[in-house]
Design a binder for this molecule. Structure first.
Ligand code: XUL
Ligand code: CO
Length: 430
């Protein structure tokens, strides 16, 4: 067993008056909001990679964290699993998420890597049974190893495509064995560094075929979870094909997958794409492809993906407003794809970062629910479009419309968009 978090008590809800750092002020998992418990709305997941596998490096410096489970042995991987499940339990986090590379050391061959993944998957299964923690999603790391430097599905070398396909199969098997509720594909290297060496048409066709094979395999093994693509515009590559929600939707339509695959939207990726988080969520909901979220925040100055824990109640509230307006999560949830700053060395830092993130999400979700129940925004939205309720012109041709407009003496007047009043309205709730 592990004593890494020995100095950290288990965290429970104490309410907003508490001065206990190790307590939730807003996240009362059992509290009922809009007819559902908060824990069932939020469906929090801890990201294995940031919390247990990330060494604390940045582009100018390497490892800052010294964790007892760092190393390339299976013994280290087993210790890491102990520590991870200890954190999940202390936080009362209902879910976790992982890549193959986060949980097992790379083997000398594909088969060895896969066997190691299976061994860890069996350990996870036992720990999940014991603790009640579930798997929100599994995924394959098709971006860290040098073999994937020019992409996985979109690689110019078919042998790498094959390696990626085999890796995804083994990660889907692991996810299925653990009853994962989703399977995520993030195309970190599916893009290009320079157009000068890139055949866009070919790479797009490879990516489409790859995803079709993933969906076929999902049905073949009876995986009941949702396949999710996680959009991101760039970083690590200069340009990534899954740029944003709109781009992914066009891709899914082209390959006939828009009813099979949804999106996992990450706050920081939305910002990198020049959107807000709520824009991406609202668009996905309007296209019926909203699946799950990766919750973090970006530094608005740095221009890269800083993956910080969320701390802005208003932003979080506007995001959950879109999630709730779309009917809430089904298989999806709130994955903290967020990491500590590299100077935050202590076990307490890791645990308390999640406490703060969970609290701000709960606060945001409750504010969003209150807005939705109050109905003010929806009433104003309905009123704004009311003219269309009994007057759908969209099937009429231009000539028909022209003769009606020309024959009328009525001149339409613009109406206020009321933006400031709407912003004031939101401020009342957050
Ligand atoms: C990278 C990122 C990934 C995906 C899973 O920016 O968000 O961690 O969430 O591969
Ligand atoms: Co992510």
């Amino acid at each position: 067993m592990t004593d890494f978090f020995a100095a950290c008590p288990s965290v429970t809800f104490e309410g907003s008056d508490t001065d206990n750092e190790f307590a939730f002020r807003h996240y009362d998992p059992e509290a009922v909001v809009m007819g559902k418990k908060l824990k069932d709305h939020l469906r929090f997941a801890i990201a294995y990679w940031h919390s247990f596998a990330w060494p604390g490096g940045d582009p100018f410096g390497g490892q800052t964290f010294e964790r007892p489970w760092f190393g390339n042995s299976m013994e280290a991987a087993r210790l890491k699993a102990d520590v991870a499940f200890d954190l999940f339990s202390r936080l009362g986090a209902p879910y976790f998420c992982f890549h193959d590379a986060d949980v097992r050391p790379e083997g000398a061959t594909f088969a060895e890597s896969e066997d190691r993944l299976k061994e860890i998957t069996d350990i996870f299964a036992a720990k999940m049974e014991e603790t009640g923690v579930k798997l929100l999603w599994g995924t394959a790391n098709l971006f860290s190893h040098r073999r994937f430097m020019a992409g996985a599905a979109t690689n110019p070398d078919p042998e790498i495509y094959a390696y990626a396909a085999a890796t995804v199969k083994s990660c889907m098997d692991a996810t299925n064995a653990l009853n994962g509720e989703n399977y995520v594909l993030w195309g970190g290297r599916e893009g290009y560094e320079t157009l000068l060496n890139t055949d866009l048409r070919r790479e797009r066709a490879q990516a489409g075929a790859f995803l079709q094979r993933v969906v076929e395999y999902k049905h073949k093994i009876g995986f009941e979870g949702t396949i999710l693509i996680e959009p991101k515009p760039q970083e690590p590559t200069k340009h990534q094909y899954d740029f944003d929600v709109a781009t992914v939707y066009g891709f899914l339509k082209e390959f006939g997958l828009e009813k099979e695959v949804k999106v996992n939207i990450e706050q920081g990726h939305a910002i990198l794409a020049g959107h807000s988080f709520e824009h991406e969520l609202a668009l996905a909901a309007s296209l019926d492809i909203l699946g799950s979220i990766d919750m973090n925040r970006n530094d608005y100055q740095s221009g890269w993906d800083t993956d910080q824990f969320p701390d802005n109640p208003r932003e979080v509230a506007l995001a959950y407003y879109e999630v709730l307006r779309a009917g809430g999560f089904t298989t999806g949830g709130t994955n903290f794809d967020a990491k500590l700053r590299r100077q935050s060395l202590d076990a307490e830092d890791l645990l308390l970062a999640h406490v703060g993130g969970m609290d701000v999400c709960a606060r945001g979700l409750m504010a969003a629910a209150a807005m939705l129940e109050d109905g003010g925004l929806e009433a104003m939205r309905a009123e704004r479009y009311a003219g269309w309720d009994n007057n759908d012109l969209t099937s009429l041709g231009l000539e028909e419309i022209h003769s009606a407009v020309r024959g009328s003496t009525h001149s339409p007047e613009p109406k206020s968009g009321r933006q400031e009043r709407l912003e004031n309205y939101v401020s009342r709730f957050v």
